[in-house]
Design a protein around this ligand. Structure first.
Ligand SMILES: [Cu+2]
Length: 191
């Protein structure tokens, strides 16, 4: 029987070589034989798709990658006012259904700490640094979050929500940082 290289097989072969295959949904890791089961191990990953809230056009993607010293969070946000600064937190409830995202509850705070900047000892596990938009209204940031895990346990981000606020977090006002309304929200899911 003649061997025919089907488009799918060609795609897989290309994915192995090029670590990507547009439109196939195939990733380099799955092509290499990694399981599709939820990953809660040392390299676990989770993603939140930020949806516009409170009548804005703000959107984006936030990824969480487990590392030895915590969780590496990377965010790419669009549709912000040019050169603006915004409070940015993990909130406790994975519910972005409300038009103003108040359904996401307060900051994720499993250890009952005061709100504060993530660089000082007293802060919520979900406290992150403000994000700053460039002149085109885009923001791209990465930070290591030492108090979180990529999982569903007590400090886990899966099933929580990521919220972008209208105003900067002052890192002082309790318990919110006084960062105003919620302009984007996304539920964190294993990825
Ligand atoms: Cu918040």
């Amino acid at each position: 029987m003649k061997q025919v290289l089907t488009p799918l097989a060609a795609c897989i072969a290309a994915a192995v070589a090029l670590a990507g295959c547009a439109g196939s949904g195939m990733t380099s890791s799955s092509a290499a034989g990694a399981t599709a089961a939820p990953n809660t191990g040392a390299d676990a990953r989770a993603t939140a798709k930020l949806q516009p809230k409170s009548g804005t056009d703000t959107a984006g993607t936030v990824t969480f990658q487990q590392q030895p010293g915590g969780v590496m969070m990377t965010a790419a946000i669009t549709g912000l006012p040019p050169n603006s600064v915004h409070g940015f937190h993990v909130h406790e409830k994975g519910d972005c259904s409300a038009p103003d995202a108040m359904s996401a509850g307060g900051h994720f705070n499993p250890t009952g700490k005061p709100h504060g900047q993530m660089t000082v000892p007293d802060h919520h596990a979900g406290d992150m640094n403000n994000v700053t938009a460039d002149a085109s209204g885009n923001a791209r940031v990465s930070m290591l979050l030492p108090d979180l895990t990529v999982g569903t346990g007590a400090n886990g981000v899966i099933g929580r929500a990521v919220v972008v606020h209208k105003d900067p977090d002052d890192y002082k006002t309790q318990p919110t940082g006084n960062s105003g309304g919620r302009i984007a929200c996304g539920v964190v899911a294993a990825s």
